[in-house]
Design a protein around this ligand. Structure first.
Ligand SMILES: [Zn+2]
Length: 234
């Protein structure tokens, strides 16, 4: 890790600012309207978003531990292939045996939390005590979602998340950071999935992924509260 800049982020402040076009592209990549995206975490060489950055508290008030969301369909499907091939099982076994790897992964967890705090500050969310110490993807001791780790690696730059970096190497056959794989990767015709439409048909348009994320956030908040209670001996 860069000792001069322990909270390293791949994009500089100007490049992180999402344009209207970025938000439109994210909605097309995910085929749903994006919500609560405050920054772009990583970009293709062509400039298109690869990773959406969500504030640690949603506008609905729900704490949201998963800061980085992989949006590029070529990368997400490539990472799914690694998961299906059992890479997470290998990584979990290795975390149990390799103390250096476990330590580096713990540092990745710390980086994730520090940058999330910074993002909370930049986006006006401020501290979110409900999810203090809780990162994502299984960090700091397990691997539960490679998409989360790859999103973190892309947003942090190489050398921060050892297992995210390794997963990125693992998808080299399908995606590498030096090339654009955007053409044909999502529908660019017609209107993007829009916020307006989601409001009008609210009952059916709540994406299962969002619901799942919100449930995960609520669970994380409950676990954090329970941990705090046990620490304070209540
Ligand atoms: Zn591109």
């Amino acid at each position: 890790m860069d000792a001069e800049n322990p909270n390293h982020e791949a994009l500089d402040a100007a490049a992180r600012v999402p344009s209207e076009q970025d938000l439109d592209t994210l909605s097309r990549q995910l085929n749903r309207p994006v919500r609560d995206v405050v920054e772009i975490g990583a970009r293709c060489v062509c400039g298109n978003p690869l990773v959406a950055t969500t504030a640690p508290r949603l506008s609905s008030g729900i704490p949201f531990p998963t800061t980085y969301y992989l949006t590029h369909p070529v990368i997400t499907s490539a990472v799914s292939r690694l998961e299906a091939a059992g890479l997470m099982i290998e990584m979990n076994a290795e975390l149990g045996e390799d103390a250096d790897l476990a330590r580096a992964y713990e540092l990745a967890h710390q980086h994730y939390l520090a940058v999330r705090d910074a993002i909370g500050e930049r986006s006006g969310t401020g501290p979110v005590p409900e999810i203090a110490g809780i990162s994502a993807g299984g960090m700091p001791t397990r691997v539960k979602c490679l998409h989360v780790l790859v999103g973190h690696s892309l947003a942090a730059g190489p050398g921060i998340n050892p297992l995210g970096d390794r997963a990125l190497e693992g998808i080299g056959e399908w995606w590498t950071k030096d090339k654009c794989y955007c053409t044909g990767a999502w529908d660019t015709e017609g209107p993007a999935p829009s916020q307006d439409r989601s409001r009008h048909v609210k009952t059916q348009s709540v994406d299962p992924a969002i619901k799942q994320a919100e449930r995960a956030a609520a669970r994380a908040a409950r676990e954090a509260a329970a941990a705090t209670e046990s620490e304070t001996g209540k």
